[in-house]
Design a protein around this ligand. Sequence first.
Ligand code: DAH
Length: 361
Amino acid sequence: MPKNDYLCGWKTINRPEEQDMILEKIERLKAEVAGLTAATAEEAEALRIKYLGKKGALSELMAEFRQVAAEEKKTVGMKLNELKALAQERINQVRQSAESASEVSDGDLDLTRTPYPIPLGTRHPLTVVRNTIVDIFSRLGFTLAEGPEVEDDWHVYSSMNFAPDHPARDMQDTFFVESRPDVILRSHTSSVQSRVMERQQPPIRVICPGRVYRNEAISARAHCFFHQVEGLYVDKDVSFADLKQVLLLFAREMFGPDTKIRLRPSYFPFTEPSAEMDISCHLCGGRGCSFCKHTGWVEILGCGMVDPAVLDANGIDSTIYKGYAFGMGIERITNLKYQVKDLRMFSENDARFLAEFQAAN
Ligand code: DAH
């Protein structure tokens, strides 16, 4: 670099042909950098030092740049910055590909692996609805309780006040183990009521989702297994009005704020009085349509005040405590919400069916 300009007292000294030389160098280096390759991480590091290191090609150019005439600094500076960015980017690329190449040696390259990205799945509609139900009741102070699917007669029937020969048992025929007749698959989640009460004194406020089994021929409207959610509240001074209020709130959260409910007298061995709850048909708004069979109402759950015999059988003093309970089928609620026509679709695992619930996820 000519130093004589210091003698003249000028700040910058480069003559136009020297500036052209710097620009030429920049262009040459750009082309060089663009073609860099490295087989190993060490080679990539050597390239970094060569171009971007303290004594590297770019530092040299910076030193020359300081000599460039002020009016040319902007143009040359921009070119220099471009070169620096390019060099950094290229050397990073080269290092990354050298590193990943060394991670996969020929020996463990899995050629059977799909080259296509595996798409993110969606939650099963029954899971979505179960989570919504549990969420609504959690906000009302209910906690989650679970029990075994492989149960015994006591928890499924006897402790729930089903007399040994009562015809209510036939309505919930399940699967038995031949060599151990006492072992059965639970036919309803009401068995979890018994499981909770036998180990906990009131106040009890639980919500129990789970799979249940019934000995039924499989069709569009019945399956040998399905899912239920059970609710149980036991405390002093629990009334039917409390039950009704909680269920109304649930129905409105689940199906919309205009939903109406109606309770019809019914029979379950474990509740007295017992009721079945209908909601106003949310498809026709209660006016009547083919979905609600032109009644304006659709049934969604069973409920009632816990029979004192159930409390006593499960170690809770029925002279002090009262309770309410309810149980609903998750498939049923899902059908109402999404109009799934055939129960079998829930367990066929057809990805096209499941993908339809993307928005619900
Ligand atoms: N366990 C009943 C069934 O599977 C549903 C049910 C009805 C549960 C009334 C309850 C209840 O807790 O109070 O059909």
